[in-house]
Design a protein around this ligand. Sequence first.
Ligand SMILES: C[S@@+](CC[C@H](N)C(=O)[O-])C[C@H]1O[C@@H](n2cnc3c(N)ncnc32)[C@H](O)[C@@H]1O
Length: 269
Amino acid sequence: MEDSTSTSSLKPKTWGGFWDIFGDMLVDLLDIKEGANVLDIGTGGGAILYPAAKRAGNSGLVTGVELCDHCVKATTDQIERCDIKNVKVLLMDASNTGFDYHSFDYVTAGFIGWDDYFDFQAHKYTKEDLLMAEIGRVLKPGGLIGITTWLLQEDLDWMYQFLERHSILCKRNYSIENEKDWREIMSASGFKDVQVASESATYTYESIEAWWKEMRDYDWVLEGKDDDVITDSLKDDAFSSIHAHVTDEGGVQFKRDALFVIGRQPIPK
Ligand SMILES: C[S@@+](CC[C@H](N)C(=O)[O-])C[C@H]1O[C@@H](n2cnc3c(N)ncnc32)[C@H](O)[C@@H]1O
């Protein structure tokens, strides 16, 4: 992949894989303009942050906010290592940022989950949406919000089914969302010109070990510690059961589908 920053010749290390694929897609869909001031909510490994910074250029600024301190530290280390000037990441809850009113041209939120506010099974809000209220507060009139959310994660579904076949009760790591509920959320939050689109991507982990390492970053076990339950013999069994997804080159290929939701902050008449 080409360098995703405007100000550095070094390439920052991200989470890679599906994160980067869908991060690039969101930034392209938003068509972020040079000089833009961008807020990236739930920056994680920077899959949206860096391509947004590349588009915003030296006259723009991308601010990432994150609740997870090790994500902030890892991403800040990459920003410093690559000497990227138009990006910063702050440890902060996006529902209460303290940024000035109407200060951002774009707000992005990649796969941060809206379950705290909205029940996608019951199709209704469960409490006041403080996050959307804050996004609406900091977005300029005419500014764009862009959100990605999961529709399908074939690799995680494979793991749920595999673990359940071994009588291991899993925590579900994502809820399946849908266009209708997202249109309701956007409309309830006052955004206009709402566009919703789904996109698919396949990604090939370079080896079975690389795929397993990615899967082990998730918290799978309902009760008890993952390491006590996901043993080496279970890993061996996973490796021999995964063959349908193994490519001729020995990689492991899965598909994910994401929903892209874009809306515009109304311009007062
Ligand atoms: C699944 S990661 C996605 C990372 C990145 N946006 C991407 O698309 O690759 C979601 C991140 O959002 C962060 N997050 C969730 N709610 C947040 C909030 N209210 N404020 C700041 N960060 C939040 C989590 O800590 C997590 O690192």
